[in-house]
Ligand binder design. Structure first.
Ligand code: S3P
Length: 445
């Protein structure tokens, strides 16, 4: 993707957004579906797979590890798995592009296979910390050799005799939890992970769905997860719901562009992902959830949202895991609210695709919004009126900064430009067309 020339885009103040949009499939679930299907015995059928850069990297990686993948239609993939422990050594380096989830979860799978592999990624991914997974995975017997800080490129020598791990997470990270659980699939006995705060549980849900024995119990403020090793995972049918982290962009756009009314059907509503909906409701948003149902073990519903005046709120640090990817777009909503929004405990944002605490603040400051970083908190001071806009935002290889800045520009006084839209492809390939279909004015100049 780095070979494509940077694509500048401009978002202009837009008329009321109207209509219904079909948002892309959930990225977290899509990665996991491909990985577990590759580890299952027999064929899996995945429908509604997210066909965006990040997930396509996972598809390439599991193919390089010996799984057979066939795309039989848009978003519909058949995967013939190799069974737990059955992956083969990849012949070449595995390039995970921009995707932290792909890289970290794959480390877990590779750790408990007796093979040698090398992982790399783009400049953003090569900056991100990997020790959080290589340290616990080293304890099961895998060896990792990486750059300073355990960063990519990373060479891995996995083990065919993985020891089961009993591990308390140091950071509330679903990626680290998932890496350990995936490694534990090919360890004898019980792998136990304790998380200090609950994080997204798509891995647990899907492991159970594929036939693993997994028990989740509350422990203190968090959870204790116990997985029995070496189960037989059986090929399954998986329908992937829409990604609430992608829905967040048209949702906030509809809230801040006066007169808007937008419907977003089939959004995944896993309770560990819905912190943004809760926070926006506290800010005064009207978001109706209709037709609640389940899809492949995950809660789903249709969202209907109308423009509304917003007020600043205090967002507690405990809520961060349930909306960790939504802070840039929440900060955009906060720029239109009356009063200060204080988002607490955002240290994890510093190690996302960009340093999102800094890049979110810079995005707003460049457009005349009063914003401060205090320790690990982000404070946005809104006046209840549209901010000036007029800035050029550096997207820093971060899809969520790019999309947040474009949403900002739909309701500021002056247009907002971004320097590079290419990274939107990592999670939301049709973002611009979809926003245009609602009436958003986003164009190349
Ligand atoms: C993800 C977990 C989160 C999130 C990321 C996807 C996952 O990362 O930010 O976009 O699919 O497990 P952390 O585990 O680092 O919090």
């Amino acid at each position: 993707m780095n070979s494509i020339a940077p694509q500048k885009l401009i978002a202009r103040p837009s008329p009321a957004l109207r209509g219904s949009v079909s948002i892309p499939a959930d990225k977290s679930i899509s990665h996991r579906a491909l990985m577990l299907a590759a580890l299952a015995v027999g064929e899996s059928r995945i429908s509604g797979l997210l066909e965006a850069e990040d997930v396509l990297r996972t598809a390439d990686a599991v193919r390089a590890l010996g799984a057979e993948l066939e795309r039989v239609g848009p978003g519909v993939w058949h995967v013939a798995g190799r069974g737990i422990g059955g992956l083969v050594e990849p012949e070449n380096v595995l390039d995970m592009g921009n995707s932290g989830t792909a890289a970290r979860l794959l480390c877990g799978i590779l750790a408990s296979h007796p093979l040698f592999a090398v992982l790399t990624g783009d400049a953003s991914l090569r900056r991100r910390p990997m020790r959080r997974v290589t340290e616990p995975l080293g304890r099961i017997g895998a060896q990792f050799l990486g750059r300073e800080g355990g960063r990519l490129p990373l060479a891995i020598i996995g083990t065919g005799r993985a020891l089961p791990l009993d591990y308390r997470l140091e950071v509330a990270s679903a990626q680290v939890k998932s890496a350990i659980l995936l490694a534990g699939l090919n360890a004898r006995g019980l792998t136990v992970v304790e998380e200090p705060e609950p994080t997204r549980d798509h891995s647990e849900n899907m492991l159970r769905y594929f036939g693993a024995e997994i028990v989740v119990e509350p422990k203190g403020k968090g959870r204790l997860i116990t997985l029995r090793g070496q189960p037989e995972l059986r090929g399954a049918e998986i329908a992937v719901p829409g990604d609430i982290s992608s829905a967040a962009f048209p949702l906030v756009a509809a809230l801040i562009v006066p007169g808007s009314e937008v419907e977003i059907p089939k959004v995944g509503l896993n309770p560990l992902r819905t912190g943004l909906l809760f926070t926006l409701a506290e800010m005064g948003a009207e978001i109706a959830i209709e037709n609640e149902r389940t899809m492949g073990g995950e809660k789903v519903g249709d969202l209907r949202v109308r423009a509304a005046p917003l007020r600043g709120v205090d967002v507690p640090a405990e809520r961060a895991p349930s909306m960790i990817d939504e802070y840039p777009i929440l900060a955009v909503a906060a720029a239109f609210a009356e009063g200060t929004t204080r988002m607490r405990g955002l240290q994890e944002l510093r190690v996302k695709e960009s340093d999102r605490l800094a890049s979110t603040a810079r995005m707003l400051a460049a457009n005349g919004v009063a914003v401060e970083i205090a320790g690990n908190d982000l404070m946005v001071h809104g006046s209840g009126k549209p901010p000036p806009g007029g800035g050029l935002v550096a997207t820093e290889m971060d899809h969520r900064i790019a999309m947040s800045a474009l949403v900002l520009g739909l309701a500021t006084k002056e247009p907002v430009a971004i320097d590079d839209s290419t990274f939107i492809e990592t999670s939301f390939p049709r973002f611009v067309a979809l926003m245009q279909s609602l009436g958003a004015k986003i164009s190349r100049e």
